[in-house]
Design a protein around this ligand. Structure first.
Ligand code: RB5
Length: 151
């Protein structure tokens, strides 16, 4: 699985840890789209490339981390085809894959600790969409995108 990851300054430290864990413990491929330090940056600048590349199929999934995870989630969900889920607990990590087929995970580096973030990421990356009635619901969201998001 190929994963695109990015963070702003509020998520930088957690990004570094999650990136290492994905490669070393899960053996998956990760490409880092920044940022590269604690200097203040604007989270939409980092959400956009990850969301675009996931939507284009260049990466299987995206992970975006800011201080709360909220800004990254709002920004990523503006890109057509992105279903970004803000997750801070293990149950949601599993169910957002099974029910929402989320393709971007967002977390808040100032909200959760590193161990829970690692577990959330592992569960999210290894859980599968269950389809069935959930596909019908995702089709309705896609229709909303068509109606309101244009190209
Ligand atoms: C940056 O200070 C902070 O606003 C950002 O990391 C994020 O929490 C936005 O949602």
């Amino acid at each position: 699985m190929r994963i695109a990851i990015a963070a702003d300054h509020g998520g930088y430290e957690l990004k570094e840890l999650i990136k290492k864990m994905i490669v070393e413990e899960l053996g998956m491929e990760v490409e880092d789209f920044g940022c590269q330090g604690l200097e203040s940056v604007d989270y939409p600048d980092y959400a956009l490339p990850v969301a675009e590349k996931v939507a284009a199929g260049e990466f299987d999934r995206g992970i975006l981390i800011c201080g709360t995870g909220i800004g990254m989630s709002i920004a990523a969900n503006k890109v057509k085809g992105i279903r970004a889920a803000l997750v801070h607990d293990l149950y949601s990590a599993k169910v957002t894959r099974e029910h929402n087929d989320s393709n971007v995970l967002t977390m808040g580096g100032r909200i959760i600790g590193p161990e829970i973030a690692r577990e959330i990421t592992k569960i999210w990356l290894t859980s599968e969409f269950t389809g069935g009635r959930h596909s019908r619901r995702l089709d309705k969201i896609a229709a909303m995108e068509e109606k309101y998001c244009g190209e």
